[in-house]
Structure formats: structure tokens, C-alpha cells
Design a protein around this ligand. Structure first.
Ligand code: FES
Ligand SMILES: [Fe+2]
Length: 439
């Protein structure tokens, strides 16, 4: 048993120990519900998507009746992985290129080459030759799978998340871009770099942000950002005071233009158009609350001009209650916004605690039929991403430095901020419970 996790402490072994990684691989990934892909990636019967996690590969296939089935992506003959591409169309069958066995789209066996040669062999019937199936369910346009037959239903697993985020109608959003990047840091380190806003002031000084976003656990999940039920006093910090002396319209315009250009997510065209109009159409010195309400009204107009739908329940109160960011256990983060969302997912390297795969998605709102074809990029060397996304570059340069720093004999563990980094410590609390519960 390693050191216990506390709201103010996380053991360093969680990030660097190969034994800990092996325990996670055995006890966390096979038990949880995992976000595998988007519903829009499975458009039309026979469309498939491959979701790889640790050493498991899962094949998700759209069925003729529009439901989705998930199978272990492995040939039942001698174990060849069936589909190698990330996505595509099944065609006439799920075909194995090694000896030519094939399966129907519903996982039933279609053909065993020279089947008569197994005659009289035990358990060689259609039922035992089916592709092993997994539980699959959807929420807000995301497709989740679990390898755990005893997992609770997805709706129960997600707890309060769907209700809190309902105002954003995330099921209406569509993928704009997706990056999958090999990253030289532990999967939890990368995830946790986006699981709090405590780092923003130092890592992203250009945002001039001095807002404190408190965090709290919500069962196995966690959120950060003020909510109607957890009102917070924003402390009167010098940076905040200095900001307030500036014209708020300038701050809104500067931040929006910068985020539109550098982050290329959350602040999409409607945000940019709204910030520009706000600047042009309002007077200096307007009351901040009135300015906020005006910005939202203009934003709605700009979004609707494109033919996209503004979610009916999307009010300032609902947004505040929804929070700024949600961590869905174990490895999925949603940062919802008026224009859509920015989402992150990380997956471990099977044996190397210093490496992971990091997925980043931008989602937007579009008129039906005007959705862009998603731009997908795979990045082998994280340094190649520096020029692609100048905002995330700031986060990315920290990550290998933190991972290497953790090996220092002078580092005993993470001193997590109980107020602003509850999402971080809660992830470790839940993992420890899953791993060590029976010890
Ligand atoms: S391994 Fe697939 S047909 Fe032999
Ligand atoms: Fe960041």
C-alpha cells in the first residue's frame, strides 16, 4: 500500500512507478466506463471506429437499426487484431486478413474457412465463435464503452454530470478538429494539467486571468468553476483590481481575439463576432453586469445568424451552475462553452509511466448540413504541436519538465491545493480506492 491520498497530498509513485501503472492497467481501465468516440463518427450502418486503451482494442460498429455495438477487436481464430485503421466502413464483413475468417456487422460468425475440418471439436459452434461484445451507451453525443459487465448503467455512472451540463445541449455540437498526440508524461499528469484553473495565471500570463475557480469532487467525477450552489467570493487580488481599471470591452476583445487565434477552440467565429460588435456598439465605462448581458445577447444573435441553434436553457445562471470544467472519471475532461466545447482525453502507455496518448477535440455549433469535415491530426513529436497551437504550447512545455522533476530524490509528493485542485486529488483518491480496496 502506498502513501494515502489526501486533498492536500498525492504520492509521487502514482506518476512514476511501473508497479502502480500495472495496477491501474489491471484494476481501473477494465472497470470504468470509457469515452470511446463521437456518435457522428459512426454515421450510417457499417461505419466503425477503433478505440484502443492500454492493450485492449475495441471495435464500435453502427448497426442497420441505428444502434451501436462494441466488440473486442480480435480474431477468434489466432488473435489477429481485426481492424487496424482508426475508422472506416465494415463493407460486407468484418474480415480477418490472416486466414480469412469473417463476421457479420452484428458480431455473428459469417465464415470459417474450411469449417468442416473442425468437425467433432468441442465448443466450435456459432455462439462461441461470435465476437465478444461489450456494453456500450451514449450521452450528449459521446459513445462510452465498458469492459465491466457489472458496471452500473452509464446514466448512473455519470452522476450529476448530465444534469449540470444539460444547458449546453452538447449533443448538438459537432467536431471541428481532433488531435491525437504522443506526449512524454504520465496520463494523469497531462489530464490534471487541464483539471484546474490554478495554473492559468502563471502558465498563461497573456490571459491576464486572476479569477479563482474553486473545485470540488462530485463522487468519482469532479468539477471546477463557481456554481450557483457553491457561491464564492472572488478575492480582491491586485491583478484583478488592475484589470478593473481597464476598459472591460478592451479586455473582452483582446482575450477573445487571442484565444480565437491561439487556442482555436472555445472562442470560435460567433464569439469573435460578438466581442467585436460589443466593442463597437457599447460605450466605455458601461456597468460590467449590463455588459455581460449585452455580450450574451449579441453572441446569441451572431450564432443564430449562422443558422446554428442557441440552446434554450443556456442562461448565465445555468452556465455558472454547470461549472467551467468537468472531469469524468477516469480520463475525460469537458470544458463546455457557448460556442461548443474543448475536450481532453488521455490514455496510458501500457508499460511506460512517462508516456501517454493525449486527445484534444474542439466542438462547435453549426447549422444542420453546414458542419465542417473534422480536421484530424496525429502528432508523433509533441514539439511539432508548438506551432499548431500557441496556447496549448504553454501547457505542453510544462509537462515533460514535471514528469522528469517527479523523479527527483528531493520530491516527496504533490502538495495539491485543497480548494482549487480537488479534481486532481479526487482522481487519485478514486484510483487508490479501486486498486487498494481489497488490500
Ligand atoms: S487469425 Fe484471423 S483468421 Fe486466422
Ligand atoms: Fe492551461
Amino acid at each position: 500500500m502506498t502513501n494515502p491520498v489526501r486533498p492536500d497530498f498525492v504520492p509521487v509513485e502514482d506518476y512514476i512507478s511501473k508497479d502502480f501503472l500495472a495496477l491501474e492497467n489491471a484494476k481501473v481501465w477494465p472497470k470504468a466506463w470509457l469515452m470511446a468516440c463521437r456518435e457522428e463518427e459512426l454515421s450510417g450502418a457499417g461505419a466503425y471506429d477503433v478505440f484502443n486503451v492500454v492493450r485492449d482494442s475495441i471495435l464500435l460498429v453502427r448497426q442497420p437499426n441505428d444502434s451501436i455495438k462494441a466488440f473486442h477487436n480480435v480474431c477468434q481464430h489466432r488473435g489477429r487484431r481485426l481492424k487496424e485503421d482508426a475508422c472506416g466502413h465494415i463493407g460486407k464483413s468484418i474480415y480477418c486478413r490472416f486466414h480469412g475468417w469473417s463476421w457479420n456487422v452484428d458480431g455473428s460468425i459469417q465464415r470459417v474457412v474450411r469449417r468442416d475440418q473442425w468437425e467433432g471439436c468441442p465448443a466450435f459452434d456459432d455462439e462461441s465463435l461470435r465476437l465478444p461484445e461489450l456494453r456500450v451507451d451514449t450521452w450528449a453525443g459521446w459513445v462510452f464503452v465498458t469492459m465491466n459487465p457489472d458496471a452500473p448503467p452509464l446514466a448512473e455512472y455519470l452522476g450529476e454530470v448530465p444534469e449540470r451540463l444539460a444547458c449546453y445541449a452538447l449533443e448538438d455540437t459537432r467536431m471541428v478538429w481532433h488531435v491525437e498526440m504522443k506526449t512524454p508524461a504520465n496520463w494523469k499528469l497531462v489530464l490534471n494539467a487541464f483539471n484546474e484553473a490554478y495554473h492559468v495565471e502563471a502558465t498563461h500570463p497573456q490571459t491576464n486571468s486572476s479569477t479563482i475557480l474553486p473545485s470540488r469532487a462530485a463522487g468519482i467525477h469532479a468539477m471546477f468553476g463557481p456554481t450557483m450552489f457553491d457561491p464564492v467570493e472572488l478575492p480582491n487580488r491586485p491583478a484583478a483590481a488592475a484589470q478593473m481599471r481597464r476598459d472591460l470591452r478592451d479586455i473582452v476583445l483582446e482575450t477573445t481575439e487571442e484565444m480565437y487565434r491561439d487556442l482555436q477552440a472555445m472562442y470560435l467565429e460567433p464569439s469573435l463576432a460578438a466581442a467585436r460588435r460589443l466593442h463597437a456598439e457599447t460605450e466605455t465605462g458601461a456597468d460590467p453586469q449590463a455588459l455581460g448581458a449585452r455580450l450574451m445577447a449579441i453572441h446569441r444573435e451572431e450564432l443564430e445568424k449562422t443558422g446554428a441553434r442557441w440552446p434554450e436553457g443556456l442562461t448565465p445562471e445555468a452556465m455558472q451552475r454547470g461549472g467551467f470544467g468537468w472531469h469524468i472519471f477516469p480520463n475525460f475532461i469537458i470544458l463546455p462553452c457557448t460556442d461548443g466545447s474543448l475536450c481532453y482525453r488521455t490514455r496510458p502507455h501500457p508499460d511506460n509511466p512517462d508516456e501517454c496518448l493525449w486527445d484534444i477535440w474542439c466542438f462547435g455549433r453549426f447549422a444542420p448540413g453546414a458542419e465542417p469535415a473534422p480536421k484530424r491530426t496525429q502528432v508523433e513529436d509533441y514539439r511539432d504541436f508548438f506551432e499548431v497551437n500557441r496556447f496549448l504550447k504553454d501547457d505542453l512545455i510544462n509537462l515533460p519538465q514535471v514528469q522528469q522533476g517527479m523523479y527527483s530524490r528531493g520530491f516527496r509528493g504533490l502538495r495539491t491545493n485543497p480548494d482549487q485542485e480537488a479534481c486532481v486529488s479526487n482522481l487519485h483518491r478514486v484510483i487508490h480506492e479501486m486498486i487498494f480496496a481489497s488490500d
